[in-house]
Design a protein around this ligand. Structure first.
Ligand SMILES: CC(C)(COP(=O)(O)OP(=O)(O)OC[C@H]1O[C@@H](n2cnc3c(N)ncnc32)[C@H](O)[C@@H]1OP(=O)(O)O)[C@@H](O)C(=O)NCCC(=O)NCCS
Length: 183
C-alpha cells in the first residue's frame, strides 16, 4: 500500500512477514550472487528461513531499530535496502543492500539508499550513517561513494568467509555532509 517510486517501474516498499514466500523465491534467484558479500544469517534456504529474517526486522522496527525495504521492479521483488542498525540514542545508523543479478547496474540501490538517508537525516535527526562492506566488494563500495560517504577505516580480517578472512571497510556520511551532497 505504501510505496515510493524510484524510477520507471521500480518501487520501494516495506518488506514484511507476509512477503515470506515472495522473499524466499527472490532469494532463490539471488542466493549465490549475494552469499559472499552479506551476513550469513541473511542467506536463508527456504520459506521458514526467509520468514525468520522478516520477523527479526519486524521486531527491530517495533523497537524503532532496524528496518527492511524491498525493491520491486515490474512487480517482482528484486532486492532491497535496510537499516541494519538504527540507534536513536547515538544518532547513528548503518545501511545495507542487495539485489539479484537481473536488477544490478540500473542505479536502483543507490536511489533507494538515498531515500533511507534522507529519512534518517531529515525526518529522524540522525547524525551519522555507516556502510560496512568487504574491502574487495567493489560494487558495494561504489554505492557508498555515490552516496557521498567517506572511507573511514578498515577492520583487518574481520570478515570470515569460505575458510578465509577478508578486510572490512567502514564508510560513513554525517548529516551536514549529506545536506551538501544531496544538492
Ligand atoms: C552491491 C550491489 C547492491 C550494488 O548494486 P548496483 O546495481 O551495482 O548498484 P546501483 O543500484 O547503485 O547501480 C549502479 C550501477 O547502475 C548504473 N546506473 C544506471 N543508471 C543509473 C542511475 N540513474 N544512477 C546511478 N547509477 C546508475 C551505474 O552506472 C552503475 O553501473 P556500473 O557499476 O556498471 O557502472 C550489488 O552488486 C549486489 O547486490 N551485490 C551482492 C550483495 C552485496 O554486495 N550487498 C552489499 C553488501 S555490503
Amino acid at each position: 500500500m505504501f510505496c515510493l517510486s524510484l524510477r520507471d517501474s521500480a518501487r520501494l516498499r516495506p518488506l514484511e512477514i507476509w512477503h515470506a514466500e515472495e522473499f524466499a523465491a527472490h532469494l532463490d534467484r539471488a542466493r549465490e550472487h549475494i552469499r559472499p558479500w552479506v551476513g550469513a544469517g541473511f542467506v536463508t534456504d527456504d520459506v521458514d528461513g526467509a520468514r525468520a529474517t522478516l520477523r527479526r526486522y519486524a521486531e527491530r522496527q517495533a523497537a524503532d531499530g532496524g528496518r527492511l525495504y524491498g525493491i520491486w521492479l515490474d512487480g517482482a521483488l528484486v532486492g532491497g535496502v535496510m537499516f541494519v542498525d538504527f540507534d536513536t540514542a547515538l544518532g547513528s545508523c548503518e545501511i545495507g543492500c542487495w539485489v539479484e543479478p537481473a536488477a544490478e547496474g540500473r542505479g536502483l540501490v543507490t536511489e533507494a539508499c538515498r531515500a533511507l538517508l534522507e529519512w534518517a537525516f531529515t525526518s529522524r535527526g540522525m547524525h551519522r550513517a555507516e556502510w560496512h562492506c568487504r574491502a574487495d566488494n567493489e560494487r558495494s563500495s561504489a554505492v557508498a561513494k555515490r552516496l557521498g560517504m567517506a572511507l573511514e577505516g578498515v577492520r583487518r580480517e574481520h570478515w570470515p568467509y569460505g575458510g578465509a578472512r577478508y578486510d572490512k571497510q567502514i564508510w560513513a556520511i554525517l548529516a551536514p555532509e549529506w545536506r551538501t551532497h544531496r544538492q
